[in-house]
Ligand binder design. Structure first.
Ligand SMILES: [Zn+2]
Length: 452
């Protein structure tokens, strides 16, 4: 071959190899960790014991705050993380569905309730593998290795059996018990202690090392549990965020042992922030006074009810077109003394549409920070309450969650001032080259690198 024939050949080769590079994923293993009640302060302020997260801030991408959805509670927020859609599209409006004949305590547990495409499905369509640990709304999900978050109403919350009954594949939990966890029971896997975080970290670490799935979603919840109990600065909030960081460390070590460290990406995020509270409003008392519901478990003969979801309350009308009842409620609120009215604001239907909240709610009540809505339908309109909560309209800093990304395909040392919960699924999609389209989310291209 003469020199002038070699050059075009080399050019073609270069074009072909760059096309190949574009087709290749930026990452082969994405670990999406949701820390329930995760606040940006945990990695931005020095007093929190999170060495792994602080390393991620230095060497990866971090956000000062992630704006959530309404209500800013766990199940709808996790479903936004995994779909990039708002509740009005994905269908998980609250933690607990509103039940006409009174609340039984059931949650939105079943995967079939999600109405939009999820990242797990998109990963599978791409002939890649998935795993998930204690992620909300995954009972019955088509996930290759799945331990769902689930409990039986008749049993107690700490029961291991529901997880065994709905695990995938069958025997997966037992395999992990034999190989790494030890026997799981109420002593060794208990939400009132930190061993639950340890075990979930070990499950994910074992599965990553052994089966090397391309996408793992993990839900760690002790930080939420103890912020509810003790408020944002509680002693156990420090120990639980340390346990979370330790669980992350276990998974990072597993990626090293598996020899896939340079092909693995970690995304640490959450579902909502937290607010310390002192008092609660019980708006169903107004409905009882108006004769629109009865002070009974099943609401008796009812026309309207406030469905509380964390700090906020959503007005549900038995007949969606019952304008007369809606006007009675609005009038009642208008005529309240200013001393009560100043404690909350009404979120009208147009605003609920804009934020993508439950399409069947007529309006919502959003209290000021420090105050929470409560479902009581008798007693005083205001009652004492302590600890912390969330569920507020997501328009203030305290209720925002955090975002950290680190590893394969992630820019180094970048800060994102503000992003939305719906903007996280597009990052996973880009990293795994999924072409997963979301209506609400957008990829901030600065988060990812252009090549490996
Ligand atoms: Zn939560």
């Amino acid at each position: 071959m003469k020199k002038n024939q070699i050059l075009p050949f080399l050019f073609l080769f270069a074009v072909a190899s760059s096309t190949f590079a574009q087709d290749k994923s930026l990452s082969e293993h994405v670990i999406l960790i949701s820390v329930d009640g995760f606040r940006p302060e945990f990695y931005l302020e020095s007093q929190w014991p999170v060495p792994n997260m602080k390393k991620m801030v230095e060497q990866g991408v971090s956000s000062k705050g992630v704006r959530g959805i309404f209500p800013s509670v766990t199940y709808p927020s996790h479903t936004t993380l995994i779909t990039g859609a708002f509740p009005n599209e994905h269908g998980i409006y609250y933690n607990n569905p509103f039940e006409e004949k009174g609340q039984t305590g059931r949650w939105f547990w079943e995967y079939e309730l999600i109405k939009t495409k999820t990242l797990w499905t998109a990963v599978k369509e791409n002939k890649k593998t998935t795993a998930s640990f204690l992620w909300p709304v995954t009972v019955g999900a088509d996930i290759d290795y799945n331990i769902p978050e689930y409990w039986y109403l008749e049993g107690d919350y700490g029961n291991i059996k529901p997880m065994r009954d709905f695990e995938n594949p069958k025997g997966f939990l037992q395999e992990m018990e034999t190989e790494v966890l030890g026997k799981l029971n109420k002593s060794t896997f208990n939400g009132d202690y930190l061993n639950r975080e340890d075990r979930i970290g070990e499950m994910a670490a074992y599965t990553l090392e052994k089966y090397k799935p391309n996408f793992i979603s993990i839900h760690l919840f002790a930080v939420d549990h103890f912020q509810h109990e003790q408020g944002k600065e509680g002693e156990k909030v420090y120990t639980s965020i340390a346990a979370v960081d330790r669980a992350i460390g276990k998974i990072m070590e597993a990626s090293k042992r598996a020899g896939i460290e340079d092909k693995t990406t970690f995304i640490i995020t959450g579902d909502h922030g937290f607010v310390d509270i002192h008092s609660a409003i019980n708006p169903n008392i107004w409905l009882v006074e108006l004769g629109l519901m009865e002070d009974k478990e099943d609401r008796g003969n009812w026309k309207a009810a406030f469905h509380t979801s964390g700090a906020s309350a959503f007005l549900i009308l038995k007949d969606k077109n019952d304008i007369e009842t809606l006007k009675m409620v609005q009038r009642k609120i208008e005529l309240l003394p200013n001393s009560i009215k100043k404690l909350f604001r009404v979120v009208e239907r147009a605003e609920l549409d804009k934020i993508g909240a439950d399409p069947s709610a007529a309006l919502a009540l959003n209290p000021i920070p420090g105050v929470s809505m409560s479902s009581n339908s008798n007693g005083a309109i205001l009652s004492p309450k302590k600890g912390g909560t969330h569920g507020y309209f997501p328009d203030f800093q305290q209720i925002e969650t955090g975002f950290l990304a680190f590893g394969a395909g992630i820019s180094k040392g970048k800060k994102i001032d503000k992003m939305g919960l719906e903007d996280i699924a597009p990052v996973v999609s880009k990293l795994l080259n999924l072409n997963f389209q979301t209506k609400e989310g957008i990829l901030y291209p600065g988060i990812v690198t252009e090549k490996k």
